[in-house]
Design a protein around this ligand. Structure first.
Ligand SMILES: C[S@@+](CC[C@H](N)C(=O)[O-])C[C@H]1O[C@@H](n2cnc3c(N)ncnc32)[C@H](O)[C@@H]1O
Length: 284
């Protein structure tokens, strides 16, 4: 299995083989919620469209693709200058005082530096848009050079964007494959980690996603979706056929703690068909 150079909450590294069983062949894979790109780097499509609403994440991919050598050289410098907590806090301050949007090489490199040095790879911003995750542990952070090299090579076949998922799913046409890994519906009232960027991902967002995916399937795209193993998932995505899989998840709260949980992989039948009984009610 290939590993991403980023740490990411909800990263699909542990369940990649299960996901691949459900991904059909096709020319192009569209990932509206790419995160750390574990599915991207472990599949073999001719073309990719990668999107995430987090512009810092997509900025990092953009500059890595543009010139991976200068990106990695600058990152290596930051690893040396900011190896301890004092260095981390001063880099975080620079990151937060910089230009927030638009393309910016230094911000993109700082984002990867912060990702490798912050607590448990958590990506969290406050209401003002400041990255506010504390320093991770004091062990020397791992510099992911081989992971970045293979990621950069694979990016040559990828188009990148940073927008809401609906705009990207609208691009999908006949023959495309879409893999969606949105922030999950909470598995319980206490497990409600659904905010990756500044805005939480709501039930209405899941309903929007369901509608966008059904429309894409009607245009001839194949659709695969990951989500939590809950009644709510099955209710919000009623036309999907779901498969339960075992996932080993690390907890955001406790570094190093892992537990096995079930999650769902949903596949939308193509061409999209809903079985109705004689009265016109949905049968499944
Ligand atoms: C579960 S993570 C994806 C993990 C990824 N599959 C991996 O293996 O690393 C969900 C991603 O959705 C992104 N996201 C949240 N809201 C979004 C939206 N409205 N449109 C697009 N991406 C969004 C988050 O920034 C986050 O990176």
């Amino acid at each position: 299995m290939n590993r991403s150079f980023l740490k990411w909450q909800g990263g699909k590294g542990t369940v990649i083989d299960e996901i691949k069983k459900h991904l059909p062949t096709g020319k192009r894979l569209i990932e509206p919620f790419v995160g750390a790109g574990n599915v991207f780097i472990n599949t073999d499509y001719n073309e990719y469209i990668l999107n995430d609403i987090n512009p810092d994440l997509m900025g990092a991919y953009y500059y890595l693709k543009l010139n991976h050598i200068s990106f990695m050289q600058r990152l290596a410098q930051l690893f040396i200058e900011g190896a301890d907590q004092t260095g981390y806090l001063s880099s975080r301050k620079i990151f937060n005082s910089g230009r927030r949007c638009g393309k910016n090489f230094e911000r993109a490199v700082l984002f990867v530096y912060l990702n490798r040095h912050c607590f448990n790879g958590v990506c969290r911003y406050n209401q003002q848009g400041d990255f506010n995750v504390p320093f991770g542990d004091s062990k020397k952070a791992y510099f992911p050079d081989s992971e970045m090299l293979s990621f950069a090579e694979k990016l040559t076949n990828a188009s990148l964007c940073s927008t809401d998922f609906e705009e990207v799913i609208a691009i999908a046409k006949n023959g495309d494959v879409i893999y969606c890994d949105p922030p999950y519906l909470p598995a319980s009232k206490t497990a409600s980690f659904t905010t990756y960027h500044t805005k939480p991902f709501t039930t209405e967002d899941h309903q929007r996603l369901n509608a966008a995916l059904i429309a894409a399937a009607e245009r001839g795209a194949s659709v695969v979706l990951s989500n939590s193993n809950t009644t709510e998932t099955r209710e919000i995505y009623p036309d999907f056929i779901f498969f339960e899989i075992d996932a080993r998840r690390s907890s955001a709260a406790k570094a190093g703690s892992r537990k096995s949980v079930k999650e769902l992989i949903g596949v939308l039948p193509r061409p999209h068909a809903v079985l109705l009984d004689q009265a016109g009610d949905r049968m499944i």
